[in-house]
Design a protein around this ligand. Structure first.
Ligand code: ZN
Length: 67
């Protein structure tokens, strides 16, 4: 599945993928990788009507950068 403008880093499109370890999403623009729960948080936040702008200073960075 493709989520347009869902990347918290560059607002690029995220593609949902899954592998042995579970589901995740990768930004097609900057390569930012989000775990499934992070993606869910981003989507829920966007749906709440914030207009894509992250408030509160909480950053959804990659918690574990596995190779
Ligand atoms: Zn991105």
């Amino acid at each position: 599945m493709l989520f347009l403008k869902a990347c918290p880093r560059c607002e690029g499109g995220l593609v949902q993928e899954s592998d042995f370890y579970g589901a995740y999403a990768v930004c097609i623009q900057c390569g930012c990788r989000l775990a499934d729960d992070q993606l869910e948080r981003v989507l829920r936040f966007r749906r709440s009507g914030a207009g894509g702008r992250v408030a509160g200073g909480q950053r959804a960075g990659p918690e574990r950068a596995a190779a």
